[in-house]
Write a protein that binds this ligand. Sequence first.
Ligand code: SAH
Length: 226
Amino acid sequence: MINDFKVKREILVKRLVDEGVLKSDKVIKAMLKVPREEFVLPSYRNLAYVDMPLPTMKGQTISAPHMCAMMCEALDIEEGDHVLEVGTGSGYHAALCAEIASSKGFVVTLEIIPELAFFAKNNLKRAGYYSRVSVIVCDGSQGPPFRENVRFDKILVTAAAPQVPKPLLYRIKIGGRMVVPVGRGFYQELIVVERLSEDNYVYRSLGPCLFVKLKGKYGFKEAEEG
Ligand code: SAH
C-alpha cells in the first residue's frame, strides 16, 4: 500500500511537470516527498493523488495538488526561509513549505477552526513535520499573534480574501513575497505581492482560482456562518 501511494505520487508529479505547473527541482522534490495520503481524511485516502481538492471538515477543503504546486512555485521558497501560512486546514501545504525551507527554515501556520488545527497537528506528526511547523489557533487574517516586528520571507494565504489583508502586508520582509487569492465568493485571482521596500509593494496576478472563503476580521462576513 505504501509503495502504491509512492507510485501514484510519482505519476501525479510527472503530470504536473508535463503540464508546466511544476518547474523547479525544489518544489518537485517536496511534492515527491510529502505523503498527501497522511493529510486527507481516512475515507479519501484512495483519492489522495487525484488532482482535486478534497473535503476535510467543517465545510473546508485540502487544496488540489496543482494549486499547492503553483503557490509554492510562485513563492520561490528558499532553504532557511521563515514562512507564514494563513489557513492550515490539513497541514499538507505547510508540510510542503517546511520540506522546501528545510530544517534551516521554519513554518508558522494559522488556523481559525480548532478542530482543523488538531487534525493538522496529528497529520504533521504522522508525516514527520511536527517539529518544523508551528500550528496556532487564531484569526490569521489579522496576522500572527507575535510582536509587530516579526516578519516572514514568504507568506501564503490558502483561503479567498475580499481584499489583500493589510496586517499581512506589514508582515512580509523587504524582498519577500506573499501569494493570496483575492476576489468574490466564486471567482478569485491568485495575487503575488512582492515587497520591494518599507512601503513599495508590487502586485501581479497568476490568473483565476477558487478557494474557500477566508473568515475573520479581514475575511468575508458570510463565511462566519459556513
Ligand atoms: N492549506 C490547507 C487548505 C486550506 S483550506 C491545506 O493544505 O490543507 C482553508 C483553511 O483556512 C480552512 O481550514 C479554514 O478553516 C481556514 N481559515 C479560514 N479563515 C481563516 C482565518 N481568518 N484565519 C485562519 N484560518 C482560516
